[in-house]
Design a protein around this ligand. Sequence first.
Ligand code: COD
Ligand code: ZN
Length: 375
Amino acid sequence: MSTTGKVIRCRAAILWKPGAPFSIEEVEVAPPKAKEVRVKIVATGFCGTEMKMLKSKTLHHDRYPIIMGHEGAGIVESVGEGVSTVKTGDKVITLFLPQCGECASCLNSEDNFCKQLKQSETNLMSDGTSRFTCKGKLVYHFGNTSTFSEYTVINEISVAKADAFAPLEKVCLISCGFSTGFGAAINTAKVTPGSTCAVFGLGGVGMSAIMGCKAAGAARIIGVDINKDKFEKAKEVGATECINPQDYEKPIQEVLFEMTGDGVDFCFEVIGNPETVAAALASCHESHGVCVIVGLTIGDQLNISGHLFLSGRSLKGSIFGGWKSRKDVPKLVSDYMAKKFNLDPLITHTLNLDKINEAVEFMKTGKCIRCILLL
Ligand code: COD
Ligand code: ZN
């Protein structure tokens, strides 16, 4: 029996208040309105950014209850009026960063920061309402996507079509972690062949940055993390050496200067910590070194000496690895299908959505790179 045009009752992981565990509830998901699609989520990764959100007391402006999740893949269940680029049955990747195709950023070939991203700051759909309710209460959306639900409603500009044969339990990582890290190296830093790189933070996004540095032909890739259990995997994906700042008396930037002579050509901060951003910048070659910030979020303040820039270093931000989401994600999925990169090393755990709080524990204890949740 078709569910088109009807409210769907399904399971979702709800966060009722800051600091609470996820609670699996039955939710109602309204049909998509104009220019929206309703997606049956098949798989979603649990990203480090969700951990940041769980810890933060200030993000979301107290918009609870909320359905989080922004690293998803699924199948279009139905589409709203005026949707022309996807149809029922299509496999799609959810996009926390939309691509409207019309704003100044979308029209600029060097820019991917679609102005419609602002929409997600309301935690509601464009008409100011939510498509979710639970126990009679409005439930807020998250990151334009809300993938911790069996069904979700997303703007057409926030989904990308995926190859019909793509394994959704793997390519969901193209929705955030893989693309964010890999693209930071390829597109934002534009890592050059033979260069020396350092990646601070060896989570799913940092590992993907290592893969990007390797694909770009870097000669040396130094992984930096306080959890040495990450080193084996980092080397598997391309790190040539790994160091733990806690093993040294001196600051890590001095260690990196000793290891490289002149500092690294490209450095990536994939932790989201203002202090490690400062250390990553200071680890770069004094004149041509480029440091890319992948972590950090609203409210994070940097304290960096202007002296570091005088000689020519640069510090750059990066969102979604610089990819134009709707245009580039289908190509990334095709590249995955053509075995141009491997996502398996990033997937350390796979759990049913019901076990989402175990995924939180794995992330907390540093045991996991990516935990894929199946819905
Ligand atoms: N020094 C070295 N390593 C550290 C330190 C430190 N002081 N502190 C933590 N680490 C390591 C951890 O041991 C861990 O291995 C790694 O840093 C972080 O990995 P994860 O698995 O927690 O995180 P990822 O890889 O999934 O995500 C990292 C981000 C940097 C993307 C995230 O934390 C973040 O800052 N997000 C905000 C930016 C954002 O919203 N981006 C868009 C969506 S992702
Ligand atoms: Zn993410």
